[in-house]
Structures are given as C-alpha cells and as structure tokens.
Design a protein around this ligand. Structure first.
Ligand SMILES: Cc1cc2nc3c(=O)[nH]c(=O)nc-3n(C[C@H](O)[C@H](O)[C@H](O)COP(=O)(O)OP(=O)(O)OC[C@H]3O[C@@H](n4cnc5c(N)ncnc54)[C@H](O)[C@@H]3O)c2cc1C
Length: 483
C-alpha cells in the first residue's frame, strides 16, 4: 500500500511536519491580500531535510514553496502544496567584508551582528528588521539606501540552493552549470529589459554579463528556481556621519521633477511621501504643502549641503544631524504603508497590485500624471510614497467599488503605461500572484522563452512555487481574501 505524502515526510524529516488546520491557516496568508491554504508545512532542521522534501515532492508530484518571514506584499510565498519554512536556518558567520548567512536569518538579527563591527548590509526594506534574508534574496529587495548602494542583486557574492531536481548547487562556483546557464542568457534581447535602477520582475538575466554573475539568475526568482540554503553577502563600513534634509513641495509633479537634479548630488537616499503620511507626523507643515522629499547624504556632508541648496526647488524644513533625530524621521517615512492603511476605511482599500512600479527617473513626473488620469477615469483616489530617487512609487488605491474586474482593468492600463515609459511593473516587491501574468508583456516573447528555459533547467517538473513568474494563468484577482 502506498503511504501518504504526510506519512512519508514525517518518516524522513528530522525537523517538524504539520498538517493541522491551525498551521495550514497560519501559512495561508502573508502581508498581501491573497489567501491560499497549503496541504502540509515542513520546518526543516537541516539541509538534508530540504533535499528530502524536494525529492519526495518531485516523486509525489506536489509543489514546494519556500517561505521566509511572510512579509511579501503580493502573495509570492503562498501556494497549495507543501510550504517549507526556513526559520531554523539561522547561522551568521562574519568575515572582513563579507558575511555568510543561512536564509532563515531575520534581517534585524543580521543588522545587530553587523552593527557590532560597524558594518551594514545595504538593502534596507521599509519593513525594517522583520523580513528574512531568504525573502530578501527571493524578491531582490531594496530600500531607501538602494539609491546609492543598490538592491540585493548588487550585494550578493554567492548562493547555495537546492533546485527542483533535488541537487545542492553553489553558484557561481559550479562552473559546469554556470556555462550552461550562460548559453541560455546569450540568447536574450537586452533591449527589452527596462533601463531602471531597480527591478524585481521576472528573472534578472540582464545582470549576467559573465559566468561569475550566474547566481544573479536566482536573485528575485521568488522560490521558483531553488530553495536557497545560504548566501555570501557583501557588507560595507557604516558611514561615520549622515545628514537628512526634509523638504516641502506645493506640487507633487514639481517634487518628482526635482529628484533628477537632486540625484546628481550623489545622495544616499531620496524618498517621497504625500500628504497622507505627513498628516500623521507630529510637526508643523505649511498648509499648501502637497508632499515631502527626504534627502540623505552619508559623505562630503558640507559640500553636498551646499550643492543641494543650489538646486532644490522645495523648502527645506528640517536639517537633521543626530543619529536619534535621523532615525526618528526615517521611522515616519517607513511607516507610510501603516499610515496609508490607517487613513483608509477597510471597506475602501484596494489590495496591493500596482503598488511598486518603477520608471527611469526622467519619466517620474509622468508616472503621477498617469495616476491622475486613472484616478479620474475609475473614480479612485491614491496614496503615494516611495523611493523617489529610483523613480519607484508605492501606490495605494482607494475605492468604494469593490469589484475584482476593476482591479484587473486598472492594473492592466497602469502597467501598459509604465512599459511605455520604459519602466518595470515591480521594482522591489516581486511578481507573485499580482504580476506574474504580465511578465511576458514586460520582456517580450524572446526573453520569456529564455526565462522558461531557465525554469526548465532548474525545475523540470515545475514543483517549485508553480504559478509564479512562469505561468499561463491569470492570478491577479484569484484568491483575494475579502473579494
Ligand atoms: C510594511 C512593509 C514595508 C515593505 N517595504 C519594502 C521595501 O521598502 N523594500 C522591499 O524590497 N520590500 C518591502 N516590503 C516587502 C517585503 O517585506 C520584502 O520584499 C521582504 O524582503 C520579504 O521577505 P520575507 O522574508 O518576508 O519573504 P516572504 O514573503 O516569506 O517570501 C518572499 C519571496 O521570497 C521567496 N523566498 C523566501 N525564502 C526563500 C529562500 N530561502 N529561498 C528562495 N526563495 C525564498 C518566497 O518563496 C517568496 O517568493 C515591505 C513589506 C511590508 C509589509
């Protein structure tokens, strides 16, 4: 008699295996509005457990989806088969300018360890300390300081993972695999990749210039190519001094225009918040203000201050120099998502779907014009904040009309306009359930074929997080919880 998948996993796994209703409910949601109930949850104790889970799943034709901290905004870590939770993979080994981390490490723990040596890992998602290193690599995350220091893809040296064949692979070390993947990459149409400073859509084959870059195919792959066990991250010395300016603008478009000039002064961050956020900040603002820009420098402070004052078109209202003050104001900016939720009645919230597009900075003002047009057409309102220096706007839509079709319509039109501006449908949150169906449009069929070849190479039976990145199905309005 054939034993059940659950029994087989229970007999092979040294860690824990769960299938009770409570656990399946817990793992059915993340920070998105989607919900998918999985069948089984595996919490592996070691890498043999991960290998065995994949091998069993492959034989028994059930999916395996890896989960970090579950803070993703588009349901990337949700699926119906096995969910594998990497929380026991928590070791951190620090050397001079690198750190070896297992992927269950929570960002806050990594930050603490690095801080003791006056170092930092640059990508800093606004979720702060709560996300995992695995999730950050899975989504190619970034944050305010990615303007100067790049996204995860710019700061990872090596990745060790288990692919869908059940093989443990280290890239770029494994030269045989690197050669085979590079061959696929040679066939891509680079012109169809957006020329933006951050991009988490599809597979980032555009970043593979030599075989030494092959691990970049895994970064941003949302658990569809492999379950990452550990990674070697590049770390930097903490800047000795920082200065943060907060400036008010009477026009959102004016602030968006000004970002291009400010960016030329090499700031470590330029962030944007609209009235929804600053209405929640306990400070006095001009009644006419429509938005704020946060501009930070972490080198050549006085020279950069002088340069900024020559080109800024808004009014500087804060010049913050102590660590305490700077942190306090960054907390306001990082709370924008929370403030946006606080300010909209639950019944008027539209799920995150168009919340993360990015355009070349010179087109950033046009992104706001597009939003205004869509808001008029569909009688919606929007709250915007985001990583302005990168041309990356986080948009929260508000509407009384809770129609699924409306969401799909708005998303399709918005993404079409973003593509016309040379942008990407997602800068840092990934494709997940909201955007995977738009990837072919984003990259064109030649590149999509290359993505499919990469998927087939690492996961020929499509067991790793199926339905994400490579899919022929529409999932944008399926499995939305409150619809
Ligand atoms: C309030 C708020 C603010 C946010 N701000 C930002 C921001 O500024 N910048 C930003 O980039 N993101 C932001 N996010 C989105 C999210 O927090 C980040 O993308 C985060 O890095 C995801 O990490 P996680 O551990 O929660 O991943 P999960 O949600 O658990 O997973 C994300 C993806 O990574 C995959 N994954 C997880 N672990 C592994 C692994 N070991 N191997 C392979 N794949 C893996 C999953 O399968 C999934 O596809 C924000 C979210 C919230 C709720």
């Amino acid at each position: 008699m054939k034993i059940s998948i659950l029994k087989q996993l229970e007999s092979k796994i040294h860690g824990e295996v769960f299938s009770s209703k409570e656990f399946r409910e817990f793992y059915s949601v993340d920070a998105s509005s989607y919900k998918i109930i999985p069948k089984i949850i595996v919490v592996p104790k070691n890498e043999v457990d991960v290998l065995n889970t994949v091998k069993i799943a492959r034989k028994r034709k059930i999916s395996v989806t890896v989960r970090g901290a579950g803070t993703g905004l588009v349901g990337s870590a949700l699926n119906s088969g096995i969910i594998i939770d990497m929380k026991n993979f928590s070791s951190i080994r620090l050397s001079k300018n690198q750190v070896n981390v297992e992927t269950g490490v929570i960002k806050g723990n990594l930050d603490k360890k690095l801080e003791a040596s006056k170092k930092f890992f640059p990508p800093n998602p606004s979720i702060g300390s709560f996300c995992s290193v695995g999730g950050m690599i899975g989504n190619n995350s970034s944050g305010s300081r990615s303007l100067k220091y790049g996204s995860v893809i710019d700061n990872v040296i090596e990745i060790t993972f288990v692919d869908g064949n059940g093989n443990k692979i280290t890239l770029p070390k494994n030269k045989k695999i690197a050669k085979q993947i590079k061959k696929i990459v040679n066939g891509i149409d680079l012109e169809k990749f957006p020329k933006v400073s951050k991009n988490s859509s599809g597979y980032r084959l555009d970043r593979i210039k030599t075989e030494n870059d092959i691990h970049k195919a895994i970064i941003g792959s949302e658990g569809t190519l492999g379950i990452i066990l550990s990674a070697k991250l590049q770390i930097k010395d903490k800047p000795r001094k920082q200065i943060l300016f907060v400036a008010e603008y009477n026009s959102v478009i004016e602030a968006a225009k000004n970002c291009l000039e400010i960016n030329k002064t090499n700031p470590s961050a330029i962030e944007f918040v609209d009235k929804t956020t600053f209405d929640q900040i306990k400070s006095k603002f001009n009644k006419k203000s429509k938005c704020l820009l946060f501009v930070e420098y972490d080198e050549k402070i006085s020279l950069n201050e002088k340069k900024l004052k020559e080109i800024i078109t808004g009014k500087i209202i804060k010049k913050l120099q102590t660590e305490e003050e700077i942190e306090k104001w960054w907390r306001y900016r990082d709370s924008s998502l929370h403030y946006s939720l606080k300010s909209i009645k639950k019944e008027n919230r539209i799920p995150h779907i168009i919340e993360d597009a990015v355009v070349p900075l010179e087109n950033f003002p046009k992104l706001f014009s597009i939003l205004n047009k869509l808001n008029k057409k569909y009688k919606t309102k929007s709250i915007v904040y985001g990583h302005a220096g990168n041309g990356n706007a986080h948009v929260r839509l508000i509407s009384k009309r809770k129609k699924r079709d409306l969401i799909k319509k708005i998303a399709t039109e918005y993404f079409d306009e973003i593509l016309k501006l040379g942008g990407s449908i997602t800068a840092e949150h990934g494709d997940g359930l909201a955007r995977s169906e738009f990837i072919k449009k984003q990259y064109g069929s030649k590149n999509y074929q290359a993505f499919k070849k990469i998927k087939k190479y690492f996961d020929p039976d499509n067991i790793l997080n199926p339905g994400k990145i490579i899919t022929s199905k529409s999932s944008i309005i399926e499995n939305l919880e409150q619809f």
